[in-house]
Design a protein around this ligand. Structure first.
Ligand code: UTP
Length: 225
């Protein structure tokens, strides 16, 4: 059996006007699937945030907003499924049992969110645990974990490695409202810790992903002690 690689793909990739990007990812994942089985989780991105903020202003409750985010991430997942065509499992699984079933088909699996109350990062960690992935790559719109926000602080320093406990301390004060999750969250870290999942936070681009899949030390590695 091929080793399974779980990849969280930033929602930012799906909101772009450049339709070629997803086609390039599709070609890339089909190539990767000759050696590994990719299990991909699509983020919601700015389209999810748009819907969430719209519905929030109408007074919708937080779990309803989460459901909206999940629906958008599933639409994003479908775009990638259509781009990959018959090498992809034909629809996004909606719970962990379905993910297992889809993974057993041997096809490339693309899912969106699963449960309200968590981010696609947490979902991706749970999926990595469930399918016994050899690695979990969180491909996001920054190229790793920094000691402060690199968009706000030009002296921000990137960690090549970060202890899980230290990352957790950094995240403790993060807000957990719909559409507001960041690089990782507490649920994701808990799952990574309990199942000792090899995890790396990397930039969402094909070259970086390819290098990370080959074992190159891209982005930030989460150290489990
Ligand atoms: P994301 O986690 O993808 O947020 O899901 P994001 O900010 O777009 O992340 P990036 O840009 O991909 O890195 C969007 C929203 O959908 C809900 C949450 O409200 C989340 O903020 N969601 C998603 C869930 O409730 N459960 C899930 O399993 C996934």
């Amino acid at each position: 059996m091929r080793k399974r690689i779980v990849i969280k793909l930033s929602g930012s990739l799906f909101g772009m006007d450049d339709e070629k990007i997803l086609k390039d990812y599709a070609t890339f994942f089909v190539r990767v699937s000759k050696i590994y089985q990719p299990i991909i989780i699509a983020g919601g991105g700015k389209i999810a945030r748009h819907y969430i903020s719209h519905a929030r202003s109408s007074g919708a409750d937080e779990s309803t907003l989460d459901e909206l985010g999940i629906e958008v991430s599933r639409l994003n997942a479908k775009l990638l499924i259509y781009a990959i065509q018959d090498k992809a499992y034909p629809h996004p699984p909606t719970n962990l049992k379905e993910v297992t079933h889809a993974a057993d088909s041997g096809l490339i699996v693309i899912t969106g969110g699963l449960h309200p109350g968590q981010s696609t990062n947490a979902t991706a960690a749970l999926i990595a645990e469930k399918v016994r992935a050899s690695v979990f790559l969180n491909a996001t719109d920054v190229d790793g974990v920094y000691d402060s926000d690199p968009n706000k602080n030009k002296n921000a320093k990137k960690f090549k490695q970060i202890e899980l406990k230290k990352l957790r301390n950094m995240l403790v004060h993060q807000e957990s409202i719909a559409g507001g999750y960041d690089l990782m969250d507490i649920v994701a870290l808990k799952v990574i810790e309990r199942s000792k999942i090899k995890t790396r936070i990397i930039k969402a681009d094909i070259k970086t992903l390819e290098k990370a899949i080959k074992g190159s030390p891209e982005g930030t590695e989460i150290i489990l002690t």
